[in-house]
Design a protein around this ligand. Structure first.
Ligand code: SAH
Length: 367
């Protein structure tokens, strides 16, 4: 009863047809146990090994009979990825480049901040939104990650922690547009928040989106309590169309209206993200327009000074410029905060995640 349902079409030739144990759908394992007349509680034991006891292999699951572990290993794989690269930075940030069986790659990050242990996970290989200042979309979008692949990033990152430490927060701010892959993201986040999963409450999980109103409404319908962060980056449509090209088909007004519906339904304070790009969207006039857009909303404005991306022409505004921007907003009564840069030493900061290593420009030597 082996099926390749959870495999990518491209992977079929090279990878044995196996179930991914981290796929949130419990049916394959339940059926597998039932077919062999094995007790259903084995599934719970396995879950505990995956999420709580951080097993690295089926072999580690020592309270399962040896023969069961061997049979399971024939039909189920625990990990679907290999770790192509693991980098650590002086500020405690660690980044994994994860490679899937179809050779596609994504990056994901562990961030340490005081007692917080946050992870930043990806939802797509690449990104189709085309934000002009972001590394993740430079080569377009290749495919959605499966729910199992999203869970796998969480568990790979959790295993970087010592036994006595647990993940406390998740930000869905890695590669890709999370709301363009909701069907796979939602079951993965159910695993993150389930008490028998990672046990991280909805309020410690943030979904960051470019702003896709129909998908925001799906979160409303599902009564989600996640923290929603909307990437605004410009206070008017003319500028936003330039910086965030998908805006041409959406418009700021529709996004703000959808965000308001989410706030009303969830009661969760909204966050708006705004990348500060030198001389592009960081002028006093932009701050004033932004203030009127924010006014009256229960929201936090998160300013992100541009993190440099190799090959892109943008630059980070000076401290003076940032301070002026913040001051105009603060004086208008807006709740504003500058996001502290983390992991930039290893290109793990916001907007720096990518699936391909940047090409090295050849240095021409004098002849
Ligand atoms: N697709 C989602 C997640 C993107 S990453 C979204 O659009 O929200 C999270 C945040 O980092 C977004 O606000 C994104 O616009 C921002 N970001 C992208 N490139 C950046 C860069 N070079 N410097 C700083 N922030 C960047």
């Amino acid at each position: 009863m082996i099926s390749g349902r959870d495999l990518h079409p491209h992977a079929r030739d090279s990878v044995p047809l196996m179930h991914h144990l981290l796929d949130p759908n419990p049916e394959p394992l339940r059926l597998w146990l039932a077919e062999r007349q094995l007790p259903a509680y084995r599934a719970g034991q396995i879950r505990k090994w995956l999420f709580e006891r951080r097993a690295d292999s089926l072999e580690d699951m020592t309270d399962l009979p040896k023969s069961l572990r061997a049979d399971l290993a024939a039909d189920f794989r625990l990990w679907s990825s290999t770790i192509a690269r693991h980098q650590s930075s002086d500020d405690g940030t660690e980044k994994l480049l994860v490679e899937w069986p179809d050779a596609q790659r994504v990056e994901c990050v562990l961030l340490r901040d005081g007692a917080r242990r946050s992870i930043c996970i990806s939802t797509q290989v690449g990104c189709g939104m085309g934000c002009v200042f972001c590394a993740s979309g430079l080569d377009g979008v290749e495919r959605n990650l499966t729910a199992g692949e999203i869970v796998e990033q969480m568990l790979r990152l959790a295993r970087l922690l010592p036994d006595h430490e647990r993940l406390s927060h998740i930000v869905v701010m890695g590669m890709g547009e999370p709301l363009a892959n909701l069907n796979n993201l939602l079951p993965a986040l159910d695993e993150a928040s389930s008490p028998s999963g990672l046990g991280i409450s909805h309020r410690r999980i943030t979904i960051s989106t470019v702003g896709l109103p129909p998908a925001i409404d799906r979160l409303v319908e599902r009564n989600c309590q996640y923290h929603l962060a909307v990437s605004l980056h410009a206070p008017n449509d003319e500028l936003r169309n330039e910086l965030v090209p998908v805006n041409k088909n959406i418009g700021i007004e529709a996004i703000m209206a959808a965000a308001d519906r989410y706030y009303e339904a969830s009661g969760r304070r909204l966050t708006f993200e705004y990348v500060l790009l030198g001389n592009l969207n960081d002028q006093a006039e932009h701050a004033r327009q932004l203030a009127s857009l924010m006014r009256g909303r229960t929201a936090l404005l998160n300013l992100i000074p541009y993190n440099p991306v190799a090959g892109l022409p943008y630059h980070t505004p000076s401290n003076r410029c940032r301070e002026r921007f913040v001051e105009i907003l603060t004086q208008a009564g807006i709740n504003v905060q500058i996001r502290e840069r983390k992991g930039d030493q290893i290109n793990a900061a916001c907007g720096q995640l990518r699936r391909l290593t940047p090409a090295i420009t050849p240095i021409s030597l004098p002849s």
